[in-house]
Design a protein around this ligand. Sequence first.
Ligand code: KG4
Ligand code: ZN
Length: 328
Amino acid sequence: MKVLGIETSCDDTSVGIVEDGWKILGESTHSQIQTHRRFGGIVPEIAAREHFEFIDEVVFDALDQAELSLGEIDRIAVTYAPGLMSSLLVGVTAAKAMSALTNIPIVAVHHLRAHICAIQLNNPQLVEFPFVCLLASGGHTQILYVSSFEEMKLLGGTLDDSAGEAFDKVARLLGLPYPGGPEIEKLAKCLDFDCDVVFPMPKVGEFDFSFSGLKTFALRKVQALSQEDELSECQKIKIAYAFQERACSELSRKLIAAATKYNCQNIVISGGVAANSRLRSLVQAHELNVIAPDLRYCMDNGAMIASAGYHCPDVHGMDFDIKSRQPL
Ligand code: KG4
Ligand code: ZN
Protein backbone atom coordinates (compact mmCIF):
# COMPACT_ATOMS: atom_id res chain seq x y z
CA MET A 1 0.00 0.00 0.00
CA LYS A 2 1.34 3.41 -1.01
CA VAL A 3 0.56 6.31 1.32
CA LEU A 4 1.31 9.96 0.65
CA GLY A 5 1.90 11.79 3.95
CA ILE A 6 1.61 15.55 4.42
CA GLU A 7 3.19 17.39 7.35
CA THR A 8 2.59 21.12 7.89
CA SER A 9 2.08 21.37 11.65
CA CYS A 10 5.03 23.66 12.34
CA ASP A 11 7.83 25.02 10.14
CA ASP A 12 8.43 22.20 7.64
CA THR A 13 6.33 21.74 4.54
CA SER A 14 7.05 18.06 3.99
CA VAL A 15 5.61 15.24 1.92
CA GLY A 16 6.70 11.60 1.97
CA ILE A 17 5.45 8.66 -0.08
CA VAL A 18 5.87 5.41 1.82
CA GLU A 19 5.02 1.84 0.85
CA ASP A 20 3.71 -0.60 3.49
CA GLY A 21 4.60 1.73 6.34
CA TRP A 22 8.38 1.56 5.97
CA LYS A 23 9.75 1.86 2.41
CA ILE A 24 10.34 5.45 1.36
CA LEU A 25 9.59 5.88 -2.34
CA GLY A 26 9.87 9.67 -2.52
CA GLU A 27 10.09 12.66 -0.20
CA SER A 28 10.43 16.39 -0.39
CA THR A 29 10.69 19.06 2.30
CA HIS A 30 10.72 22.81 2.23
CA SER A 31 12.28 23.98 5.51
CA GLN A 32 11.38 27.43 6.82
CA ILE A 33 14.31 27.67 9.23
CA GLN A 34 15.97 30.52 7.35
CA THR A 35 12.73 32.50 7.30
CA HIS A 36 12.09 32.23 11.05
CA ARG A 37 15.71 32.47 12.17
CA ARG A 38 15.73 36.25 12.08
CA PHE A 39 12.82 36.28 14.57
CA GLY A 40 14.51 33.79 16.92
CA GLY A 41 11.50 31.44 16.72
CA ILE A 42 8.50 30.51 14.62
CA VAL A 43 6.02 33.21 13.60
CA PRO A 44 2.72 31.33 13.01
CA GLU A 45 1.25 33.68 10.40
CA ILE A 46 4.44 33.60 8.32
CA ALA A 47 4.67 29.81 8.69
CA ALA A 48 1.15 29.32 7.30
CA ARG A 49 1.83 31.62 4.35
CA GLU A 50 5.00 29.78 3.47
CA HIS A 51 3.29 26.37 3.69
CA PHE A 52 0.66 27.73 1.31
CA GLU A 53 3.34 28.92 -1.10
CA PHE A 54 5.24 25.63 -1.22
CA ILE A 55 2.76 22.82 -0.57
CA ASP A 56 1.98 22.03 -4.23
CA GLU A 57 5.66 22.10 -5.26
CA VAL A 58 6.56 19.72 -2.44
CA VAL A 59 3.73 17.29 -3.32
CA PHE A 60 4.73 17.17 -7.01
CA ASP A 61 8.40 16.85 -6.15
CA ALA A 62 7.75 13.83 -3.89
CA LEU A 63 5.55 12.21 -6.58
CA ASP A 64 8.27 12.81 -9.21
CA GLN A 65 10.90 11.21 -7.00
CA ALA A 66 8.67 8.19 -6.43
CA GLU A 67 7.93 8.08 -10.18
CA LEU A 68 4.23 7.90 -9.37
CA SER A 69 1.16 9.85 -10.37
CA LEU A 70 -1.38 10.92 -7.75
CA GLY A 71 -3.81 8.29 -9.10
CA GLU A 72 -1.40 5.52 -8.02
CA ILE A 73 -1.57 6.56 -4.34
CA ASP A 74 -3.81 4.42 -2.08
CA ARG A 75 -4.21 6.81 0.85
CA ILE A 76 -3.45 10.43 1.70
CA ALA A 77 -2.33 10.86 5.31
CA VAL A 78 -2.25 14.31 6.84
CA THR A 79 -1.35 15.74 10.26
CA TYR A 80 -4.52 17.11 11.88
CA ALA A 81 -3.05 17.92 15.36
CA PRO A 82 -1.25 19.08 17.38
CA GLY A 83 0.38 22.12 15.87
CA LEU A 84 -0.18 25.67 14.67
CA MET A 85 -3.80 25.77 13.53
CA SER A 86 -3.23 28.00 10.49
CA SER A 87 -0.35 25.77 9.36
CA LEU A 88 -2.29 22.53 9.92
CA LEU A 89 -5.13 23.93 7.81
CA VAL A 90 -2.85 24.27 4.78
CA GLY A 91 -1.95 20.56 4.86
CA VAL A 92 -5.49 19.42 5.59
CA THR A 93 -6.92 21.60 2.83
CA ALA A 94 -4.36 20.27 0.35
CA ALA A 95 -5.24 16.69 1.36
CA LYS A 96 -8.96 17.39 0.94
CA ALA A 97 -8.40 18.98 -2.46
CA MET A 98 -6.40 15.97 -3.68
CA SER A 99 -9.01 13.60 -2.30
CA ALA A 100 -11.79 15.56 -4.03
CA LEU A 101 -9.94 15.23 -7.33
CA THR A 102 -9.14 11.55 -7.06
CA ASN A 103 -11.45 9.91 -4.47
CA ILE A 104 -8.38 8.69 -2.60
CA PRO A 105 -9.32 8.26 1.10
CA ILE A 106 -7.79 10.55 3.71
CA VAL A 107 -6.25 9.35 6.96
CA ALA A 108 -6.13 11.90 9.80
CA VAL A 109 -2.82 11.47 11.63
CA HIS A 110 -1.87 12.63 15.12
CA HIS A 111 1.59 14.19 14.86
CA LEU A 112 2.95 12.52 18.02
CA ARG A 113 1.80 9.07 16.92
CA ALA A 114 3.68 9.72 13.69
CA HIS A 115 6.90 10.56 15.59
CA ILE A 116 6.64 7.06 17.11
CA CYS A 117 5.88 5.40 13.74
CA ALA A 118 9.09 7.04 12.41
CA ILE A 119 11.03 4.10 13.92
CA GLN A 120 9.55 1.96 11.17
CA LEU A 121 10.94 4.10 8.33
CA ASN A 122 13.69 2.37 6.34
CA ASN A 123 13.18 -0.62 8.62
CA PRO A 124 11.35 -3.59 7.06
CA GLN A 125 11.41 -5.58 10.33
CA LEU A 126 8.27 -5.23 12.38
CA VAL A 127 8.99 -3.40 15.62
CA GLU A 128 8.62 -5.44 18.82
CA PHE A 129 5.87 -4.34 21.21
CA PRO A 130 5.45 -3.31 23.96
CA PHE A 131 8.03 -0.58 24.40
CA VAL A 132 8.50 2.45 26.60
CA CYS A 133 8.94 5.58 24.53
CA LEU A 134 10.44 8.97 25.19
CA LEU A 135 8.92 11.46 22.80
CA ALA A 136 10.84 14.72 23.01
CA SER A 137 10.19 17.41 20.44
CA GLY A 138 9.79 21.16 20.18
CA GLY A 139 6.17 20.95 21.27
CA HIS A 140 6.02 17.91 23.59
CA THR A 141 7.92 15.80 26.08
CA GLN A 142 6.25 12.59 27.16
CA ILE A 143 6.98 9.09 28.36
CA LEU A 144 4.55 6.53 26.98
CA TYR A 145 3.92 2.81 27.38
CA VAL A 146 3.24 1.68 23.81
CA SER A 147 1.38 -1.62 23.29
CA SER A 148 0.88 -1.07 19.57
CA PHE A 149 1.11 1.93 17.24
CA GLU A 150 -2.54 2.58 18.07
CA GLU A 151 -2.63 1.77 21.76
CA MET A 152 -0.49 3.75 24.16
CA LYS A 153 -0.65 4.99 27.72
CA LEU A 154 0.81 8.26 28.96
CA LEU A 155 3.12 7.68 31.95
CA GLY A 156 4.36 11.23 32.40
CA GLY A 157 5.19 14.45 30.66
CA THR A 158 6.46 17.95 31.05
CA LEU A 159 4.75 20.26 33.52
CA ASP A 160 5.92 23.37 31.68
CA ASP A 161 8.26 23.76 28.67
CA SER A 162 9.03 20.91 26.30
CA ALA A 163 12.63 19.68 26.11
CA GLY A 164 13.08 21.14 22.61
CA GLU A 165 11.68 24.48 23.71
CA ALA A 166 14.19 24.56 26.60
CA PHE A 167 17.08 23.85 24.19
CA ASP A 168 15.78 26.62 21.91
CA LYS A 169 15.38 29.15 24.72
CA VAL A 170 18.78 28.50 26.32
CA ALA A 171 20.38 28.72 22.88
CA ARG A 172 18.73 32.09 22.35
CA LEU A 173 20.13 33.34 25.68
CA LEU A 174 23.57 32.35 24.42
CA GLY A 175 23.02 34.22 21.16
CA LEU A 176 22.78 31.03 19.11
CA PRO A 177 20.46 30.76 16.09
CA TYR A 178 17.12 28.90 15.93
CA PRO A 179 16.62 25.95 16.21
CA GLY A 180 18.78 25.83 19.32
CA GLY A 181 19.06 22.07 19.95
CA PRO A 182 21.72 21.28 17.33
CA GLU A 183 23.57 24.53 18.18
CA ILE A 184 23.77 23.68 21.90
CA GLU A 185 24.95 20.18 21.02
CA LYS A 186 27.67 21.59 18.75
CA LEU A 187 28.86 24.08 21.36
CA ALA A 188 28.83 21.52 24.19
CA LYS A 189 31.17 19.33 22.13
CA CYS A 190 33.79 22.12 22.28
CA LEU A 191 34.28 21.64 26.04
CA ASP A 192 37.89 20.55 26.58
CA PHE A 193 38.37 22.08 30.04
CA ASP A 194 36.78 21.66 33.48
CA CYS A 195 33.18 22.77 33.75
CA ASP A 196 32.26 24.43 37.05
CA VAL A 197 28.63 25.11 36.07
CA VAL A 198 26.06 22.59 37.32
CA PHE A 199 22.36 22.97 36.63
CA PRO A 200 19.99 22.05 39.48
CA MET A 201 17.99 18.86 39.31
CA PRO A 202 14.26 19.59 38.84
CA LYS A 203 12.07 18.08 41.57
CA VAL A 204 8.94 16.69 39.94
CA GLY A 205 6.90 13.45 39.92
CA GLU A 206 8.18 9.99 38.95
CA PHE A 207 7.99 10.26 35.16
CA ASP A 208 7.35 13.98 34.83
CA PHE A 209 9.68 16.73 33.68
CA SER A 210 10.15 20.41 34.33
CA PHE A 211 12.46 22.48 32.18
CA SER A 212 11.46 26.03 33.03
CA GLY A 213 13.75 26.07 36.11
CA LEU A 214 16.71 25.14 33.89
CA LYS A 215 15.87 28.00 31.57
CA THR A 216 15.68 30.44 34.51
CA PHE A 217 18.97 29.10 35.91
CA ALA A 218 20.60 29.70 32.51
CA LEU A 219 19.18 33.23 32.41
CA ARG A 220 20.55 34.06 35.90
CA LYS A 221 23.93 32.60 34.98
CA VAL A 222 24.10 34.62 31.77
CA GLN A 223 23.06 37.79 33.62
CA ALA A 224 25.64 37.24 36.37
CA LEU A 225 28.48 36.46 34.00
CA SER A 226 27.76 39.24 31.54
CA GLN A 227 27.37 42.09 34.03
CA GLU A 228 30.48 43.86 32.83
CA ASP A 229 31.42 42.21 29.57
CA GLU A 230 29.79 40.10 26.92
CA LEU A 231 29.82 36.36 27.61
CA SER A 232 33.11 34.81 26.53
CA GLU A 233 33.11 31.79 24.21
CA CYS A 234 34.37 29.68 27.11
CA GLN A 235 31.47 30.74 29.34
CA LYS A 236 28.98 29.98 26.57
CA ILE A 237 30.48 26.52 26.12
CA LYS A 238 30.21 25.80 29.85
CA ILE A 239 26.54 26.84 30.01
CA ALA A 240 25.66 24.88 26.85
CA TYR A 241 27.48 21.80 28.14
CA ALA A 242 26.02 21.95 31.67
CA PHE A 243 22.49 22.57 30.39
CA GLN A 244 22.71 19.67 27.92
CA GLU A 245 24.06 17.38 30.65
CA ARG A 246 21.16 18.14 32.98
CA ALA A 247 18.43 18.07 30.32
CA CYS A 248 19.65 14.82 28.72
CA SER A 249 20.33 13.06 32.02
CA GLU A 250 16.80 13.92 33.21
CA LEU A 251 15.28 12.57 29.99
CA SER A 252 17.36 9.42 30.03
CA ARG A 253 17.02 8.76 33.80
CA LYS A 254 13.22 8.88 33.71
CA LEU A 255 12.96 6.82 30.54
CA ILE A 256 15.14 4.07 32.02
CA ALA A 257 13.19 4.22 35.32
CA ALA A 258 9.92 3.75 33.40
CA ALA A 259 11.35 0.81 31.41
CA THR A 260 12.52 -0.77 34.67
CA LYS A 261 9.21 -0.24 36.45
CA TYR A 262 7.22 -1.68 33.54
CA ASN A 263 9.73 -4.48 33.02
CA CYS A 264 10.20 -3.52 29.39
CA GLN A 265 13.35 -4.44 27.47
CA ASN A 266 12.49 -2.33 24.42
CA ILE A 267 12.81 1.42 24.55
CA VAL A 268 12.26 4.00 21.87
CA ILE A 269 13.41 7.60 21.64
CA SER A 270 11.84 9.84 19.07
CA GLY A 271 11.11 13.49 18.20
CA GLY A 272 13.62 16.23 17.33
CA VAL A 273 15.49 16.06 20.65
CA ALA A 274 16.14 12.34 20.06
CA ALA A 275 18.65 13.50 17.42
CA ASN A 276 20.90 14.63 20.29
CA SER A 277 24.00 12.42 20.45
CA ARG A 278 24.51 12.92 24.20
CA LEU A 279 20.94 11.77 24.89
CA ARG A 280 21.42 8.79 22.59
CA SER A 281 24.62 7.72 24.30
CA LEU A 282 23.14 8.06 27.82
CA VAL A 283 20.17 5.90 26.83
CA GLN A 284 22.36 3.38 25.03
CA ALA A 285 24.57 2.91 28.11
CA HIS A 286 21.98 0.53 29.59
CA GLU A 287 21.45 -3.08 28.63
CA LEU A 288 18.21 -2.46 26.84
CA ASN A 289 17.12 -2.71 23.25
CA VAL A 290 17.14 0.93 22.12
CA ILE A 291 15.32 1.86 18.93
CA ALA A 292 15.51 5.33 17.44
CA PRO A 293 14.60 6.63 13.99
CA ASP A 294 17.39 7.57 11.58
CA LEU A 295 18.58 11.05 12.59
CA ARG A 296 16.74 12.85 9.80
CA TYR A 297 13.46 11.14 10.67
CA CYS A 298 13.64 12.30 14.30
CA MET A 299 12.72 15.74 13.00
CA ASP A 300 9.34 16.57 11.44
CA ASN A 301 8.86 14.93 8.05
CA GLY A 302 6.09 13.80 5.72
CA ALA A 303 7.34 10.19 5.56
CA MET A 304 6.51 9.58 9.24
CA ILE A 305 2.97 10.86 8.59
CA ALA A 306 2.65 8.39 5.71
CA SER A 307 3.93 5.58 7.95
CA ALA A 308 1.37 6.47 10.63
CA GLY A 309 -1.32 6.57 7.92
CA TYR A 310 -0.47 2.93 7.20
CA HIS A 311 -0.01 1.69 10.79
CA CYS A 312 -2.88 3.59 12.48
CA PRO A 313 -5.59 3.85 9.84
CA ASP A 314 -8.34 6.23 10.80
CA VAL A 315 -9.75 6.55 7.31
CA HIS A 316 -12.05 9.37 6.24
CA GLY A 317 -13.65 10.90 3.26
CA MET A 318 -13.25 14.61 2.95
CA ASP A 319 -15.73 15.17 5.73
CA PHE A 320 -13.50 15.18 8.77
CA ASP A 321 -13.34 18.22 10.93
CA ILE A 322 -9.91 18.85 12.43
CA LYS A 323 -11.38 20.52 15.51
CA SER A 324 -13.31 17.43 16.54
CA ARG A 325 -10.51 14.88 16.26
CA GLN A 326 -9.52 12.94 19.35
CA PRO A 327 -6.23 13.59 21.17
CA LEU A 328 -3.46 10.93 21.22
O1 KG4 B 1 10.17 16.99 16.31
P1 KG4 B 1 10.60 18.33 15.85
O2 KG4 B 1 11.30 18.44 14.52
O3 KG4 B 1 9.40 19.33 15.77
C1 KG4 B 1 8.34 19.32 16.67
O4 KG4 B 1 7.44 18.46 16.54
O5 KG4 B 1 8.40 20.17 17.58
O6 KG4 B 1 11.52 18.95 17.01
C2 KG4 B 1 12.12 20.19 16.92
C3 KG4 B 1 12.87 20.42 18.21
C4 KG4 B 1 13.48 21.82 18.30
O7 KG4 B 1 13.15 22.37 19.56
C5 KG4 B 1 14.97 21.56 18.17
O8 KG4 B 1 15.78 22.50 18.85
C6 KG4 B 1 15.09 20.18 18.79
O9 KG4 B 1 13.95 19.49 18.33
N1 KG4 B 1 16.32 19.51 18.33
C7 KG4 B 1 17.31 19.13 19.16
C8 KG4 B 1 18.34 18.59 18.33
N2 KG4 B 1 17.92 18.63 17.02
C9 KG4 B 1 16.66 19.19 17.05
N3 KG4 B 1 17.44 19.24 20.49
C10 KG4 B 1 18.61 18.80 21.04
N4 KG4 B 1 19.63 18.30 20.31
C11 KG4 B 1 19.54 18.16 18.97
N5 KG4 B 1 20.56 17.66 18.26
ZN1 ZN C 1 7.32 16.96 15.57
